[in-house]
Design a protein around this ligand. Sequence first.
Ligand SMILES: *[C@@H]1O[C@H](CO)[C@@H](O)[C@H](O)[C@H]1NC(C)=O
Ligand SMILES: *[C@@H]1O[C@H](CO)[C@@H](O)[C@H](O)[C@H]1NC(C)=O
Ligand SMILES: *[C@@H]1O[C@H](CO)[C@@H](O)[C@H](O)[C@H]1NC(C)=O
Length: 414
Amino acid sequence: MCRAVFVLALTVLVCPAAEALDNGLALKPTMGWLHWERFMCNTDCYKDPNNCISERLYMQMADVMVKEGWKEAGYEYVCIDDCWPSHQRDAKGRLQADPKRFPGGIKKLADYVHSKGLKLGIYADVGKNTCAGYPGSLGYYETDAQTFADWDVDLLKFDGCYMDWKLLGEGYMNMSRALNKTGRSILYSCEWPLYEWPHKQPDYKAIREMCNHWRNFDDVYDSWSSIKSILDWTASHQDIIAPSAGPGGWNDPDMLVIGNFGLSHDQQESQMALWAIMAAPLLVSNDLRDICPRSKKLLQNTDIIAISQDPLGKQGQCTIKVDSFEVWERPLSKKRLAIAVLNTQEIGGPRGFFIRAAPGWKICDPQCNVTQILPQYKELGVQTPHTKLVVSVNPSGTTLLTVTPTSDYAGLIL
Ligand SMILES: *[C@@H]1O[C@H](CO)[C@@H](O)[C@H](O)[C@H]1NC(C)=O
Ligand SMILES: *[C@@H]1O[C@H](CO)[C@@H](O)[C@H](O)[C@H]1NC(C)=O
Ligand SMILES: *[C@@H]1O[C@H](CO)[C@@H](O)[C@H](O)[C@H]1NC(C)=O
């Protein structure tokens, strides 16, 4: 809906993103931990008790999140993915946790996570089965929504396997209404567009009205080629997907895989910077109990998290690709701008980028104050439209800046 607004005697049209799901949640991109990429469907607690999908895993992650600064940095949701349930529903048709791996049940696990000041996420599927073959929610949306509410669950990741694609929209909408009907605020993470794209262009207005975030593209893997493919897909579809992001609903490019095995440190910095630019949920999938200090410091970097969580809530976009550089820019509150320069040339050493070639640099007229956040924090000071500033960018790395326009009122007054 467009509103007429009077600004200095000029009438301008203000068109906010479509209405978001009205459950009061995800006003900023969700932050937390999600088990899938690192722990997958490891259900063998006999051979691998420390890493299997069991209540112990989530309790230990919750403990570490509180002790090691994650909670303080903003990471809030401890999320279960696929492979938690028993293969059978109970006598009343309700999902139940695998009794061997979750002897206390999900309600007790939620109580534990809440006692740490954190929130619990769970996983289910819109179709007949989950992707790993556990019972799906088709035909049970109200039952399952009520079960999750009874357990005091705070987030539902709702996958899209084993579903007739023509019913996807209906299924995701029905579950959204079922969650609302429980009266409990449960953050609703959808995969509706991901499963619809092979058949038709998704209706992002409808998706935003029903979901708090939504996956668009393939699962992330622990590799640079996976991160690159997600960035490429996002850049080539940004005109369709970026406008639908805003407080209450976000595009979800999948988990952060920082702190695992597959990315160099520069590539980890690129993922962190670009996920912040994309206003993406920051759901880390790694072993928080055993993570290299440098990766931990990156994930807890308050300057990057501030970009991710900026109150304007606008998703950034790729604004130029030139000479094997990609520039991504995100408008921030107070007319500030975040600029990420990614060096996609995977050979050679650091290369220089003339920062005034970034399209958003025009906010530096008459001048601006520039702070480099990655790879090292550096105050680059006051710059102008004609600056000769060159930033250095490592191969497959990203240099991340914030730019604050500064007027020269002081000069005028003096
Ligand atoms: C359910 O939806 C209504 C109308 O959109 C909203 O006002 C209410 O807060 C929602 N309740 C929950 C629990 O999400
Ligand atoms: C969604 O709910 C409507 C109304 O209850 C029902 O007719 C329809 O079959 C449901 N669709 C799915 C996929 O569950
Ligand atoms: C530029 O920004 C830095 C970092 O926020 C700040 O310390 C510095 O005072 C600012 N300089 C000007 C001239 O505004």
